[in-house]
Design a protein around this ligand. Sequence first.
Ligand code: NAD
Ligand code: TDX
Length: 340
Amino acid sequence: MTKKKILVTGGAGFIGGNFVQYMVDKYPSYNIYNLDLLTYAGDLAKHHEIEKKENYHFLKADIADREAIIPLFEKEKFDYVVHFAAESHVDRSITDPGVFVRTNILGTQVLLDAAKEVGISKFIHVSTDEVYGELDFDPTTFFSEETPLQPNSPYSASKASSDLLVRAYHETYGLPINITRCSNNYGPYHFPEKLIPLTISRVLNDEKVPVYGDGGNIRDWLHVMDHCAAIDLVMHEGVNGDVYNVGGHNERTNLEVVKTIINALDKSEDLIEFVKDRLGHDKRYAIDPTKLERLGWNPNYTFETGISQTIQWYLDNKEWWEQIISGEYKKYFERNYSLK
Ligand code: NAD
Ligand code: TDX
């Protein structure tokens, strides 16, 4: 029997990387192809344990490069595409939106054209709750799959645009698809420009932690392995054409998150430095995951168990994040913040 071929785009990044490892281990009967351009956010060091496995393959390519992507699909005839590759950092989208339009919108369209021309079993598009815009602080309100799209940042606008293209290829050409929209992920291999790994790495180095505005903005935290299990389920059981929200009811203010980490590491809250707010900073995200729960998904982690596991992982894997914060990223951080 020929092995199913699963193309994972962005598999050198944070969530795609965890998903590739999860799939390679769980499904020896599938061939997993990790396609990634290896931008500043991608690295292959994280895959040292799986890179010799027979069912893991790496392809270096740009999803927006039509001349590379279409022939690749013609040659490999993938069964599934799980599409993570994107520019993912909101702050970078505020200073440089152009690359977000190219990668997130044009890159998705190239992949959709390739999938349409060659024919696939399903295209799973990994999106974000940020496409719904922001909620106010009323704790009884949540994003459902029917919430209108109202993205506020150049990042979320580019993701919403790609969601609409995926939907259109389903409606117009009958391409089999699912779209998933998850809340903020955290866990191993999270790039240290995002709030949780930034806080852990800076606190461990006794450096100030920049908290935007008054720290009262709320995010709904999802452990990356719970997200991987959700995508696996949607890939195999999701109803063709449907959207699924992914989130585990773990709302915290940013200040609560930062204080939790500082206290777990037994450091002083004096490390907190309130800085200028992010432009257009969304107040609150919160997911209603009922539809996915009906499909059979439930998170394994609470925020408490997940954050402890994550902090321990950063303590055990210093060499991974230290080599990142010592390079190009250090220059980015210095350009964007003026902290001691
Ligand atoms: P990430 O920034 O860690 O990784 C992105 C990966 O995509 C990197 O490996 C990068 O090299 C690759 N990439 C970028 N441009 C590319 C291109 N042109 N061609 C090929 N590869 C390219 O991102 P992440 O946090 O792992 O997010 C993955 C996906 O999940 C994104 O689509 C993001 O919008 C979505 N998402 C993320 C979160 C979160 O909390 N991190 C939450 C909701 C949704
Ligand atoms: O230094 C910081 N200080 C701070 O207060 C940083 C980097 C962030 N913040 C705040 C901004 C947000 O309210 O913390 C919150 C989380 O910020 P990020 O980690 O940048 O994530 P967010 O902007 O919420 O977006 C994330 O979740 C949704 C991912 O980066 C997106 O890719 C995903 O779609």
